[in-house]
Design a protein around this ligand. Sequence first.
Ligand code: KG4
Ligand code: ZN
Length: 325
Amino acid sequence: MIVLGIESSCDETAAAVVGPDGVLSDIVHTQTVHQLYGGVVPELASRAHVQKIGAVTRAALAEAGVERVDAVAATAGPGLIGAVLVGLSYAKALAAGWDVPFLAVNHLEGHMLSPLLEDPAPGYPFLALVVSGGHTTLYKALGLGEYQVLGETVDDAAGEAYDKVARLMGLGYPGGPIVDKLAHDGDPTSVLLPRPMSRSMNMSFSGLKTAVRSHVRKPERASDEDVCASFQAAVVDSLLLRIRRASDDTGIRRVCIAGGVAANSALRAAVANLDGIESFVPHRSRCTDNASMIANVGRLRLMAGQSSGYGSRAQPSWQPGDAPR
Ligand code: KG4
Ligand code: ZN
């Protein structure tokens, strides 16, 4: 079974083809128009998706060396509704034209199961930390479509915290890769920043962002490199604490990380060194938004005998594992 996946939920227009031997093509076009505004502008994102979706899809099919596929999958949510609608409508039209099944895929489920595209892939059950620009959620994955939320952020998502810290320091957008790079040359112990340590499995990053803001306003503030390294260490500590606790509570010794922040070098290194816990981390390029993760979920569901129908709607706030409304 060969499946074309399409992703357009935020500021990446992406198409990919996945078959039995893995990823055959994986094309991602990142919109640059938002850099002027320090964040994604929904209307501009939708328009830019319309301009690129055809070329990106044709490139994915050409690189995979296929003219048609066995099914088409697209992100139906969660995400920016106008942006989601572009990829979703395009994918449904392609599926209808080819007369093949269509699969509406949950973007977060796409991230969560992206480690299954790697070799070795994790077997169920596993813990999955999805850390992206909009979400920071720790799941227990029991099987395809069977997920339990163990904890999530009560305020800013981890990626959002990176973006906000970069903005308040005047470093640019998106903040994650910039802070990650600067942190590499900084001392993580130089600025004392809070680590929320409650018994709850939920996470909070807004206090940390406020602590960074107060620090950088001081005349005797540390260098950008030291602030970034200290902030990054606090984020990683907070995420690692939850993973360890979830592993102890559930007895599950396998963990995956996924989503844009899973591209972070400090988080990747820390997860790889977890004592007694096997870790599965997608290739860096498959952490940030891409369509191979969408094609992957579409293909797994197709092989499980599922499909969605051409009437599927965009789902702006859809939880993985829930039935689409
Ligand atoms: O998964 P993603 O591409 O889009 C969403 O679904 O949100 O995640 C984007 C987020 C942004 O907040 C970006 O700053 C962050 O991932 N990010 C990183 C890194 N690369 C991207 N955060 C920390 N370190 C990185 N290397
Ligand atoms: Zn994402």
